[in-house]
Ligand binder design. Structure first.
Ligand code: CP
Ligand code: NVA
Length: 316
């Protein structure tokens, strides 16, 4: 299937966006197709206030630049408004339960909730009690919104998704998990290349394998071979303590010029950002000609506008 030939339905059966596991390939295409349409409108300066008067609440228990700004700017461009709720400013940060928080927000006419937090189970609990759609803006296990932006970026660059090979190098973290699932769903070949002790969660690998073509390896040469997309992420995710032994284990998986040379000639480099130059990636690669990290960061805006539009518009 191709985004350009995909016939949009304007519908999505899911109410929430908790992980891409819950989305079919068609629904992912629906989001990407909508993102392309919204990006064109924004670029052309055409109004697209499809969520006029709607309110998105954004709960942050971790830091953010891209997620915070792209969701807030995105809902504004769609004609709505955002409420930013930092964990330290709300009672959730002082022990109020997720359930009570959801039941209270239900009383204030909120139309959507974006949450960035630690436990995936908290996002699921919020969704269970929320009267409106809940969007996962990153947990320790998943980062689905980032991967939707990544797929959009890859599609724009290569004109297709199906059949491309994407390899992720480094810590088997939330990005590794969501990339494996999202890539597999749309027919990409995915490899996760991590050293012992830092491999992705085996249960999530099983989920990804059930979605399509995924492999896990510690062999960087094998993972990079014929690769179209080389991806990495930080050694230490938010909430993790720095450790010298982790740096030592992950350094051989650094994305550097030598690793890029092993990939396909036209391969691109991607990173969800923020990046630590000199750790997971060299300056030469991230600031070099093969890097598309800022297109990728921009696409957070367009992909998330599509998610908000499809989940929060009035369902017929
Ligand atoms: N990639 C990403 O989610 O960035 P932020 O942490 O800045 O939101
Ligand atoms: N793995 C990183 C992603 C940041 C966008 C983290 O969780 O901190």
């Amino acid at each position: 299937m191709d985004i350009s030939s995909y016939k949009p339905t304007g519908r999505i059966t899911n109410k929430h966006m908790l992980t891409l596991r819950d989305y079919t390939a068609e629904e992912i295409y629906e989001i990407l197709h909508t993102a392309v349409m919204l990006k064109q409108k924004q670029r052309a300066g055409k109004k697209h206030e499809y969520l006029k008067g709607k309110t998105l609440a954004m709960i942050f228990s971790k830091s953010s630049t891209r997620t915070r700004v792209s969701f807030e700017q995105g809902i504004k461009q769609l004609g709505g408004s955002a409420l930013v709720l930092q964990q330290g400013d709300i009672q959730l940060g002082r022990g109020e339960t997720v359930r009570d928080t959801a039941l209270v927000l239900n009383r204030y006419g909120i139309d959507g909730i974006m949450i960035r937090t630690f436990l995936q189970s908290d996002v699921e609990e919020l969704a269970k009690y929320s009267a409106c759609p809940v969007i996962n803006g990153l947990t320790d296990d998943y980062h689905p919104c980032q991967v939707l932006a990544d797929l959009l970026t890859i599609y724009e660059h290569f004109g297709k998704l199906e059949g491309l090979k994407m390899a992720y190098f480094g810590d088997g973290n939330n990005m590794a998990h969501s990339l494996m699932i999202g890539g597999a769903k749309v027919g990409m070949k995915g490899a996760c290349c991590s050293p012992e002790g830092y491999t992705p969660d085996p249960e999530i690998v099983k989920i990804a394998e059930s979605c399509g073509n995924v492999s896990v390896t510690d062999d960087a040469d094998e993972a990079a071979r014929d690769c179209d997309v080389i991806y990495t992420d930080v050694f230490f995710s938010m909430g993790q303590e720095k450790s010298e032994s982790k740096i030592k284990s992950l350094m051989p998986y650094q994305v550097n010029e030598a690793l890029m040379a092993k990939a396909s000639k036209n391969a691109v480099f991607m990173h969800c950002l923020p990046a630590h130059r000199g750790e997971e990636v060299t300056e030469g690669v991230i600031d070099g000609a093969q890097s598309i990290v800022f297109e990728e960061a921009e696409n957070r805006l367009h992909a998330q506008k599509a998610v908000m539009y499809l989940l929060m518009k009035n369902k017929k």
